[in-house]
Ligand binder design. Sequence first.
Ligand code: SDX
Length: 430
Amino acid sequence: MSQDAFRLISPDGTESELPVHKGTTGPDVIDISRLYREQGVFTYDPGFMATGSCSSDITYIDGEEGVLMYRGYPVEQLAKHSSFIEVSYLLLHGDLPTAEQLEEFDQTIRRHTMLNEGMLKFFNGFRYDAHPMAILSAVVGSMSAYYHDSLDSSNPEERDIFAHRILAKLPTVAAAAYKLNIGQPFMYPQNDLNYTENLLHMLFAVPAEPYEMDEIAAEALDLLFILHADHEQNCSTSTVRMAGSSGANPYSAIAAGISALWGPAHGGANEAVLEMLQEIGHPKHIGKFVDKAKDRDDPFRLMGFGHRVYKNFDPRATIIREMAHKVLARLGRQDTPLFDLALELEQVALKDEYFIEKNLYPNVDFYSGIIYRALNIPTSMFTVMFALGRSVGWTAHWREMIADPTGRISRPRQLYTGPTQRDYVAVADR
Ligand code: SDX
């Protein structure tokens, strides 16, 4: 038996040697691709708790150590020294850009921020109070109806054009959704503004008066986008890979990822955290909600706590918590009761046996909403902000998946528990 293999012996004695593949760091994987052929069985792992769906060079997470790296760079260093545009280049191309490459990439993104004018008509078809995530997924899916010159995923140049369009246009779509919700005119992108300044301008400027840029807000958003940019094979990224694996056009794959992110167990948690904090209302009610979260018969969960991978602190939550302090202080936000309530809730939960035993720590969504709120971004837009940051991660994974010469359509199997064969009975005899 080769040293890098697991031997499997079935109950009837049939032996299989299952090869082990080693990555550059992190757990090895057992290749089970011949298991069904040799043993007539499938593996079974609902929720894919211990299943590697692919190999990837993009992001590494160590849940026990609280490590997150993009292309080998620790997220703490990127948060401190980089920008979202530079991190986007890193995720898409694999290395940090030279000054010249960064300038060219930045200019390319700035020049792809406008939408086809025909797409703006879509917004008139939505109810004014449509959830912006519904608008974002619908409009992004419709991009394949407009941008026919970037649908051939076998063409590397068209893959680049698609990547630039998604990164550049999502903020424009997101801001237009917000303007629809508040009944204000849509603001066109300004190419002389950087990525987050442009988003703030499209969100909060009005034609009636000059807009005064809030640099603190622009910096805070840039950092939040860096921290949300990618996260290995999470639910929405796996959805993008799954949709793209059928050869569906990349805009449709990203639209599928947006829909998956919307769930409260995933990216929708940041919106749910604020709603939960507002429902708790005062530190004296924290105990009641923590008890609800611990009650197995109560579906309530403490939103913003727990993570499939991090059984230690989510490194992003640590950075965001520190940033929340700075943003609230620099913005002179005295109305920080929600932040103070969040800090108190965190302390109570972290000392509670249930949360300690189940390794439930604050995750990326626990504090981000506090900052969005301090920047006057409405709760309904919180998951949209998550999608704006994650769009580059989805795109990087789609590109990696589509460029893999060994790639094939994703098609899991199942354990069938339904009725065995039975014959049809005429309705008169039922
Ligand atoms: C994101 O995957 C990613 O990388 C996601 C993400 C990314 O960047 O893409 O990091 C972003 O989605 C962060 C997670 C945001 N979601 C929330 O904050 C929602 C609240 N958290 C949970 O619903 C839950 O913790 C999950 C969904 C995040 C993780 O769920 P798992 O891994 O499937 O774990 P589980 O549901 O099996 O929970 C294990 C135990 C259970 O108790 P038992 O059945 O063992 O008795 O812990 C309990 C759960 O009941 N538990 C919680 C809890 N989270 C888990 N109990 C109370 N409150 C919680 N928040």
